[in-house]
Design a protein around this ligand. Structure first.
Ligand code: SF4
Ligand code: SF4
Length: 427
């Protein structure tokens, strides 16, 4: 007898910072079709089951008991496996229905991995032993630097494809941000800091320039840097709510201890920013913690908030990409959009849900074939519009798009939004 699969109707999903149960979210779908054309997976595979509306309806049928997941696993996997969790459908939907999060709930229930087990373990290692994680990254960087990486044969196995992809996408190895700051004798833990900086993995290892630019934007204030601090994001993505909550509690307590005057917590990662803003939802069933999380969330800032816009700084066609893994809190992108509008004026091409649906990091590693096709569409869009520069809110999105542009349309570039600072430097 097949084991029964249970999809919890009370699982949490949230869009634009509002908590909602899975069943309530699904029931709000009017089947209007507005999301379908925005979905990159539907454009590649034009089937109702591979569309956002089809996915929502499948989840509804499961919740109503009309489809028994244990008897229809091939159909469910067929429907879910191409979803890139990009959230474009949510942007197109008048009701802001969180399809990507619904897909993530069902994927967990049917044990369909959202990312390869090896990548998941790698990310857990950061929490289990930050020191060992750091040594491992340095070792990988060493192999890359001496061009020994390929001879290891890593990446030939499909489950390790993500390592090969990272190797191809990442810029040339550099000293980590922590090493650079240590060498320059920069105090990373001053007393009573004015800011607390939570650098992304990318800023720590792949592109320490992002970390340096963030610190420049915060200068000359005293900044405490939280290296190797986990937010619980990856645990959240994988439905490990107990671990996710314990890490969220740890970060929250750390911030409270460090910041007697409630210093803003700044991050350069769009995904982290969106997730931290959602902390109050995470603690919805723990009222004491929720109040603390509300104070905490009100002090969370995205690095772009510190860029001072200059008029007419960008005299070429520019676009803003706001791809982000799972969360797209629309109200939060308005500031970044305003900066770019001031700097680029008429040269800014407003991004809507049909443009740049960039399949992000872990998703790309898990579903490389579909994601590559979507990326090609992004490149074609940049070329068609003769855009020279795309600023991305997500560092991962910037790296992935930059890599694709380099291969197929080198006339354009993609960068993390923090590089807008360069425009100031040139003025
Ligand atoms: S746009 Fe929203 S309401 Fe319409 S079919 Fe898609 S998910 Fe449902
Ligand atoms: S998250 Fe992206 S790929 Fe998945 S259904 Fe929505 S638009 Fe399609």
């Amino acid at each position: 007898m097949k084991n029964k699969i249970y999809l919890n109707p009370s699982s949490f999903v949230s869009t634009s910072g509002k908590p909602e149960t899975l069943i309530a979210s699904v029931n709000r779908c009017t089947r209007c079709n507005a999301c379908v054309q925005s979905c990159p997976s539907y454009l590649i595979k034009p089937e109702e089951t591979a569309s956002p509306r089809g996915r929502v309806q499948l989840i509804r049928l499961i919740l109503e008991g009309k489809v028994k997941p244990q008897h229809h696993l091939p159909l469910i996997k067929h429907s879910l496996q191409d979803c890139l969790l990009c959230g474009r459908c949510t942007l197109a939907c008048a009701g802001n229905i969180a399809v990507a999060q619904q897909v993530s709930c069902l994927s967990k229930a049917v044990n369909l991995p959202l990312m390869p087990a090896s990548l998941k373990f790698f990310l857990h290692l950061k929490v289990l032993s930050p020191r060992f994680f750091d040594i491992l990254i340095r070792f990988i960087q060493f192999l890359r630097y001496w061009k020994l990486f390929i001879v290891t044969g890593i990446g030939k196995k499909s489950s390790l494809y993500w390592i090969k992809y990272l190797h191809q996408t990442m810029p040339a190895p550099k000293q980590s941000l922590q090493t650079q700051l240590r060498k320059n004798k920069i105090n990373i833990s001053p007393q009573k800091p004015d800011f607390i900086y939570l650098p992304s993995l990318q800023a720590c290892y792949a592109e320490p320039d992002i970390g340096q630019k963030t610190l420049q934007l915060l200068a000359p204030k005293k900044t405490h840097i939280l290296f190797h601090t986990s937010t619980g994001f990856f645990e959240y993505l994988h439905g490990e709510h107990t671990r996710c909550l314990s890490q969220a509690k740890h970060l929250l307590t750390q911030w409270e201890k460090l910041s007697s005057c409630k210093a803003p917590l700044v991050t350069d990662s769009w995904e982290t920013f969106a997730f931290l803003k959602n902390y109050p939802i995470l603690f919805a069933s723990l009222s004491g913690w929720q109040k603390r999380a509300e104070v905490f969330a009100s002090h969370v800032r995205f690095v772009a908030d510190f860029i001072k816009p200059q008029k007419s700084a960008l005299n070429f066609k520019t676009a803003l990409d706001f791809s982000g893994l799972l969360f797209l809190p629309l109200e939060n992108i308005s500031f970044s959009r305003r900066i770019l509008k001031t700097q680029a004026g008429k040269n800014l091409l407003e991004c809507d849900y049909s443009r740049f649906p960039i399949p992000l990091g872990s998703v790309l590693f898990a579903r490389p074939a579909q994601a590559e096709q979507v990326l090609l569409e992004n490149v074609k869009d940049v070329a068609r519009q003769q855009i020279k520069q795309v600023y991305c809110l997500s560092g991962w999105a910037a790296l992935i798009l930059a890599h694709a542009l380099k291969r197929h349309y080198p006339a354009a570039q993609a960068q993390h939004i923090v590089y807008l600072q360069d425009q100031h430097d040139r003025i």
